[in-house]
Ligand binder design. Structure first.
Ligand SMILES: NC(=O)c1ccc[n+]([C@@H]2O[C@H](COP(=O)([O-])OP(=O)(O)OC[C@H]3O[C@@H](n4cnc5c(N)ncnc54)[C@H](O)[C@@H]3O)[C@@H](O)[C@H]2O)c1
Ligand SMILES: O=c1ccn([C@@H]2O[C@H](COP(=O)(O)OP(=O)(O)O[C@H]3O[C@H](CO)[C@@H](O)[C@H](O)[C@H]3O)[C@@H](O)[C@H]2O)c(=O)[nH]1
Length: 335
């Protein structure tokens, strides 16, 4: 793939200094797109933004600055990843989530509409489903979040649905990510988010001696081994979905579509520990602890809508591959 500068206007990516955002930026650059990143560096890192993308250190709620940027660069395509991402923190401090994920997204969407943006991709979450009645869960399932994080994202989804109805030529894709993990294979990007609590990140830190042990949050769930089950998607497969989705959005359509992003494979917390032991040939010390507030027992995606709409098929859908890439990043490149 080329890294040539494109004749198209740049894609605006919020949260591009963060974990998933930096991988999305790489995928766009690899396809020859120009990229402008907006990030306030709250949890992201300046040097995580891959060159030659341009970083504007700004808050998504800085409406005047965003509208000016969008107009000056004739931005038509936006990928909005910036936000606060920790389920447990959202339970302890819900208003932080309603401010950063909901209220600030409202300001950001308004600036984009004012500047003439036509194609908008939003990072939503499987947490919007709460505890699904059926698994795998598809996009027609009821949404009933069980934590403020999920609600804060669902409210933004609704703003986008309503805005797409009202604004001509505003085509929206809402991507509901399942559990994102792993790292780009050449050491160009990986998880560096301050205070990250994601399972595979924590297990990788244990595997590389940066932590003593993994605490398993709850072993009495109604799941095959009593620990929670998740659908882990490799961050580079997820990044590619964004680039492919931009091509399926249209300058004329006026709609908001929802797509699950996952593989349809469920692994328990204990499965993840076993996979890390397999990959490293080392024992991962674990302690069992209490359930973590806000955790649903099982989340597994049906992603056939996404596959139909974009032609996407996963390249890296293997738990050991995901964990090996995460551990390699942790060993060689992480801070
Ligand atoms: N990691 C996952 O498994 C997962 C799953 C589902 C959805 N998501 C969503 O994906 C997105 C990215 O998540 P991530 O894991 O890369 O998190 P991250 O914390 O690494 O990245 C978020 C980025 O947004 C920036 N940011 C936060 N608030 C901002 C603001 N008000 N203005 C400007 N920049 C701001 C941060 O500095 C950071 O660089 C989030 O919206 C998250 O809700 C993540
Ligand atoms: O040290 C740890 C960390 C996690 N877990 C468990 O592992 C599972 C996965 O947890 P985690 O990796 O923190 O992800 P989730 O809480 O499932 O949330 C992630 O996945 C959601 C989509 O499913 C996203 O919306 C969130 O942003 C993202 O953090 C849960 O059962 C946790 O209780 C542990 O037992 N010990």
């Amino acid at each position: 793939m080329s890294n040539k500068s494109s004749s198209l206007p740049p894609v605006l990516v919020t949260g591009g200094a963060g974990y998933i955002g930096s991988h999305v930026v790489l995928s766009l650059l690899d396809r020859g797109r120009d990229v402008i990143v907006i990030d306030n560096l709250d949890s992201g890192h300046r040097d995580a933004v891959p060159a030659p993308a341009h970083l504007e250190v700004a808050d998504i709620a800085d409406q005047e600055r965003i509208a000016k940027l969008v107009t000056e660069h004739r931005v038509r395509e936006v990928i909005h990843l910036a936000g606060s991402v920790r389920v447990e923190e959202s339970v302890a401090d819900p208003l932080k989530y309603y401010l950063n994920n909901t209220a600030k997204s409202r300001s950001f969407i308004a600036a984009c509409v004012a500047g003439g943006v036509r194609r908008f991709i939003f990072s939503s979450t499987a947490a919007t489903y709460g505890i699904p009645a059926h698994i795998p869960v598809d996009e027609r399932a009821a949404v009933q979040p069980i934590n403020p994080y999920g609600w804060s994202k669902l409210m933004t989804e609704q703003m986008l649905r309503d805005t797409a109805q009202a604004v001509p030529a505003f085509d929206v894709a809402i991507l509901r990510y399942f559990n994102v993990a792993g790292a780009e294979g050449q050491g160009r990007a990986g998880q560096r988010t301050r205070n990250a609590t994601h399972l595979i990140h924590v297990v990788s830190q244990v595997a590389t001696g940066k932590r003593d042990h993994l605490e398993i949050f709850g072993t009495d769930y109604d799941t095959p081994d009593g620990t929670c089950v998740r659908d882990f998607i490799h961050v580079m497969d997820l990044a590619d979905i964004h680039a492919m989705m931009l091509d399926t959005l249209s300058d004329d359509a006026q709609r908001a579509r929802v797509f699950n992003c996952g593989y349809g494979n469920g692994y328990s917390v204990r499965d993840v520990v076993r996979a890390a032991e397999r990959v490293t040939d080392r024992r991962i010390p674990v302690k069992t602890g209490q359930r973590r507030p806000g955790d649903p027992p099982a989340l597994i995606a049906c992603s056939s809508q996404l596959r139909r709409a974009t032609g996407w098929s996963p390249r890296l859908a293997d738990l050991d591959t995901i964990i090996a890439s995460s551990i390699a990043w942790e060993e060689r490149f992480a801070d």
